[in-house]
Ligand binder design. Structure first.
Ligand code: HEC
Ligand code: HEC
Length: 290
């Protein structure tokens, strides 16, 4: 699945520490039923703690969601690095969502969230259950066909690959509509450096935030700018705009500056809102290689 390929590598950086914790309870057999999405909410055998929740408990779930999940799923659960969760309870059931929080979803970027105890985790599920319809900002009202033309005319494919065609300066977009929300995509077009994703095509980068632009100046005065793809005590490797790799011995460098707020990707805020909507509509049609 391209979805796994997409999220797996980059996510390890975030989740490596909690990975062991995510699996340990399963290994000890405390929770025998790690359910797949196809096994619907087992409310008959499991009970369903969300059934009689008070508004105060739901509110507490909301706050815990914002604190523990919002960073990846968006504070309003409309999606970010992690998918939009509106309707997820209706689709997969309460037990699935609870298990996702408790144990993570093995093989994906979704790791167990150990900061919540069972009671709080259930309150988060209770809160998510109230989110049945996507918020207004989620509406995709652009025209995907026009968006596709804009994609071509704005040179996006110079830097991005779709179905094996295009450049590799930025991440592959073949499955972008599956893993990102429209709101997030709109933000990327306006301010690309705001939330740089990890690059799963470069496994060695999993230690680093993807695409951090880094500028080095050598002791003999040469400047290089590229995405930092690797760094250890003695060396740093940058990939430049053309896709070439440059490895430097740190002892030969005058300075190393990470430009966190910058990106190779230009802002497309100069496009009209309607044009950005068209682009987002097109990107949302990209659901992965068939
Ligand atoms: C570090 C980022 C991150 C955090 C924090 C995080 N998630 Fe996730 N979550 C993801 C990603 C990425 C996926 C998609 C996994 C996949 O299918 O590849 C996901 C998937 C899910 C899914 C499955 C969605 C589906 O439709 O299959 C649920 C449910 C979920 N997360 C709930 C939560 C909840 C609730 C929290 C907080 C308690 C949380 N997540 C915290 C990144 C995160
Ligand atoms: C000069 C190279 C370049 C061009 C041109 C470019 N991008 Fe990007 N894009 C990148 C890089 C690099 C990133 C990674 C994040 C960052 O550095 O901001 C990125 C990130 C993205 C992302 C986020 C991907 C993710 O996984 O979250 C999307 C979506 C995207 N670009 C779409 C576009 C579209 C649409 C266009 C054309 C309108 C475009 N890009 C033009 C380099 C480029």
């Amino acid at each position: 699945m391209s979805k796994l390929k997409w999220l797996g590598a980059g996510a390890l950086a975030v989740t490596l520490a909690s990975w062991g914790a995510a699996r340990a309870p399963l290994a000890r057999g405390q929770e025998p039923q790690a359910r797949g999405p196809e096994q619907r909410a087992g409310s008959t055998t499991q009970g369903n703690p969300t059934e009689h929740m008070t508004p105060a408990e739901i509110q507490s779930g909301k706050l815990n969601f914002q604190g523990s999940c919002g960073e990846c799923h968006g504070v309003d659960a409309s999606g970010g690095v992690g998918p939009n969760l509106h309707g997820v309870v209706q689709q997969h059931g309460v037990q699935f969502v609870f298990n996702a929080i408790r144990y993570g979803i093995p093989g994906t970027a979704m790791a167990a969230v150990s900061s919540l105890n069972d009671k709080r985790a259930w309150q988060v599920v209770g809160y998510l259950k109230t989110l049945t319809v996507a918020p207004g900002s989620m509406k995709v009202n652009g025209d995907p066909a026009k968006g596709k033309d804009l994609y071509t005319s704005n040179g996006c494919s110079m830097c991005h690959e779709i179905d094996g065609k295009g450049g590799a300066v930025g991440p592959e977009l073949t499955g972008i509509g599956e893993v990102r929300s429209p709101k997030y995509l709109e933000e990327v077009l306006i301010d690309p450096a705001k939330n740089p994703p990890a690059d799963p095509a470069l496994p060695e980068r999993r230690m680093w935030t993807g695409y951090v632009l880094t500028k080095v100046v050598t002791k003999d005065g040469k400047t290089f700018v590229g995405s930092r793809v690797n760094e250890d005590t003695f060396t740093i490797t940058l990939r430049d705009m053309a896709g070439n790799y440059h490895t430097f011995n740190k002892s030969s460098l005058q300075s190393v500056d990470k430009e966190f707020g910058k990106s190779f990707m230009p802002s497309f805020s100069r496009l009209s809102e309607a044009q950005r909507n068209d682009l987002v509509a097109y990107l949302m049609t990209l659901k992965g290689a068939q």
